[in-house]
Design a protein around this ligand. Structure first.
Ligand code: NAD
Length: 360
């Protein structure tokens, strides 16, 4: 894969990339602004060690595109954006805090053109630090100002989506006794497991962190599945809740499920994977719709809804969207990826890039 920074920026169809290099921590910062047709570019901030800076930029670009679709799909007046802090090594303590404060100042300097929240590798505590410098951090409780963790809301929306998909694909079936395999039992996966257990599903769990996986398996009375057996294990629903690109040329032929529905972003390695799944008669629930619960909860918090139970119940609308998309796809005999795509409203925009490594 060619991760040349210039080539990536030249080829991208987004609005622009804000790029900074943090000398103190040797971190590349990429804020990718994809589309602002519906509102200001909004998306999480990911902190991760990449093989090279371009890999981080490409990740941010793909995630920003996904956010454009996600906001459009859930009818929220926001546009697609995403930020990546491509760190050289995991950061802790004052080093981490310093980077986050400088990053907060960068966000503030954009005057609301980019708004953010947590993503993989960043926490609610990190967002509190960024908010010391920037007014554009989402997900604070309107009543007491505390930072809200989006994961339970994302999990509840994924649960609602799986419930709808099972009912649509397996002819009115409920989740009772259905085998669901969760790949990645972190913040979202573990919460999802709890909702599914309460609904009577038979759970299978897998995670690269084996001790964590065993703990969650015991708690949920789930069957532990070793990593190398994830794709070939028979189940009704495979729920990817770990990393992206797990649906690819190599894994799709191995799948032994009827439905793929999970929280991970960018589950398809390439668009052609949607057709590969269709050919195998496996129903793919588009990730940016089923995993939109966290985004939706933040937008409801911004509107002043703070009651946790009411917020959780609001997540059921994602189940309705999933049912609508699957019906539309079924009637046309095409992948659900296609009907979902009409919701994307990307515009043709000139590319503008702001690159700097000056002290900030
Ligand atoms: P997390 O970091 O809390 O959990 C991820 C889990 O996946 C960890 O337990 C990790 O050990 C495991 N994992 C990592 N790589 C793996 C691999 N190759 N195979 C198996 N397991 C692996 O993250 P999270 O907040 O639970 O998010 C999970 C996914 O959902 C991510 O892709 C994230 O971008 C997406 N997502 C999360 C939210 C949210 O509200 N947290 C919202 C939308 C999308």
């Amino acid at each position: 894969m060619d991760y040349n920074l210039e080539a990536l920026i030249q080829q991208w169809d987004g609005l622009g990339v804000v790029c900074r290099f943090d000398q103190t921590t040797q971190t590349w910062v990429f804020i990718c602004l994809h589309d602002n047709t519906l509102g200001p570019c909004t998306g999480g901030t990911r902190m991760k060690v990449y093989s090279e800076p371009g890999e981080g930029l490409l990740d941010a670009m793909r995630l920003a595109e996904g956010m454009t679709s996600k906001w459009a799909a859930i009818d929220v007046a926001a546009g697609g954006g995403k930020a990546v802090l491509a760190v050289e090594k995991p950061l802790e303590g004052e080093e981490r805090r310093g980077l986050l404060l400088r990053y907060g100042r960068l966000i503030q300097s954009l005057g609301g053109g980019f708004r953010t929240g947590e993503d993989m590798g960043t926490s609610t505590e990190d967002m509190q630090i960024i908010a010391e410098e920037a007014d554009y951090v989402h997900g604070f409780d309107p009543e007491d100002g505390s930072k809200v963790d989006p994961s339970p809301f994302t999990a509840r929306a994924v649960f609602a989506g799986i419930r709808s998909a099972v009912s649509e694909v397996l002819e009115g079936s409920t989740l009772q006794g259905r085998r669901v395999l969760i790949q990645g039992v972190g913040s979202v996966g573990a919460n999802l497991g709890q909702f599914l257990k309460e609904a009577g599903a038979e759970l299978l769990v897998s995670d690269i962190d084996e001790p964590r996986c065993q703990r969650v398996a015991d708690l949920l009375e789930a069957t532990y599945v070793p990593n190398k057996e994830v794709y070939s294990t028979a189940c009704d629903v495979y729920a990817p809740c770990a990393v992206g690109a797990t649906l690819n040329q190599e894994t799709i032929p191995q799948l032994q499920c009827r439905i793929v529905a999970g929280s991970a972003n960018n589950q398809l390695d390439e668009p052609a994977d949607a057709d590969r799944l269709l050919e195998r008669d496996i129903v793919y629930v588009p990730d940016y719709i089923i995993n939109a619960g966290g985004a939706l909860s933040f937008s409801l918090l911004d509107e002043g809804l703070s009651d946790r139970q009411a917020l959780l119940e609001q997540m059921d609308v994602i189940g309705d969207s999933v049912a609508e998309i699957l019906r539309e796809a079924g009637s046309k005999g095409e992948s659900p990826f296609e009907p979902a795509s009409w919701r994307i409203s990307a515009t043709e925009s000139p590319i503008t890039s702001i690159c700097s490594s000056r002290a900030w």
